[in-house]
Design a protein around this ligand. Structure first.
Ligand SMILES: Nc1ncnc2c1ncn2[C@@H]1O[C@H](COP(=O)(O)OP(=O)(O)OP(=O)(O)O)[C@@H](O)[C@H]1O
Ligand SMILES: [Mg+2]
Length: 219
């Protein structure tokens, strides 16, 4: 059976790509074919004549098959600012994203889609990540960077996902803030308050150790 998940986060820079790459490896280790997608990306560099984004390149690299960059990241914007501002000339079009997603889903057993920013990040003048997740109609995985303020952001995001009528199947704790010294108690506080399973805790580590982290089965 085909599976797909939409990875969102409590904010930008919280570990969505880190988690997306780890999830891709997790499914590959189960002998499933996996592809990823970063449909809208701000902050791109010129590779040849095309704008490309580091997250999307890493997701392309980590896939089970080689897939054209344009399928994985149809909307690549130069400026590292909100997509609705960076993409004024070429606003994100959800029909294109859905068609590309279906192409990937036809190719692989599992597709992981990384959002941009947080749940209400605007992707164009009218629509947000929440609207895109609803259009794709995927189960959601929430990435929480363990830092001061994350409990509020996590609770707000889970409530907003529920209000959108989507299923948040679990959350991932990413410990990427070295200045924060209350990691364990904060994770415990989140476990007590979030009514969804904690799928994995990613300690502060090198990329090489990312794939050693155990991820619980998603149900
Ligand atoms: N477990 C970890 N240990 C150390 N560094 C980490 C860890 N997880 C993430 N990072 C670092 O934290 C930063 C943010 O992570 P990442 O790029 O995955 O966030 P993001 O939510 O995908 O950001 P964006 O909104 O730009 O897509 C990166 O520099 C990444 O290398
Ligand atoms: Mg990212």
């Amino acid at each position: 059976m085909k599976r797909a998940y939409f990875v969102t986060g409590t904010d930008t820079n919280v570990g969505k790509t880190w988690a997306t790459l780890a999830l891709m490896t997790h499914f590959k280790q189960q002998n499933l074919s996996v592809l990823g997608m970063k449909p809208v990306a701000s902050g791109c560099k010129k590779v040849g004549i095309k704008w490309k984004n580091d997250d999307a390149l890493a997701i392309q690299e980590n896939g089970s098959f080689v897939v054209d960059y344009k399928i994985i990241n149809p909307f690549a914007y130069e400026a590292p600012i909100s997509p609705h501002l960076a993409g004024k000339e070429n606003p994100a079009n959800f029909d294109t994203i859905l068609a590309n997603f279906q192409t990937l889903q036809n190719l692989a057993d599992v597709v992981i889609v990384e959002g941009a920013g947080g749940w209400y990040a605007p992707l164009n003048e009218m629509e947000t990540i929440a609207n895109l997740a609803k259009k794709l109609n995927l189960p959601i995985i929430l990435v929480v960077s363990i830092k001061l303020g994350c409990i509020n952001h996590a609770l707000l995001t889970v409530e907003a996902i529920k209000n959108a009528g989507l299923n948040c199947v679990g959350w991932l704790a990413v410990c990427n803030d070295t200045k924060f010294d209350c990691v364990d108690l904060t994770i415990e506080s989140l476990k007590e308050r979030l009514e969804i399973p904690l799928l994995a805790i990613f300690p502060y580590s090198t990329e090489a150790k990312r794939d050693n982290v155990f991820i619980s089965e998603i149900v």
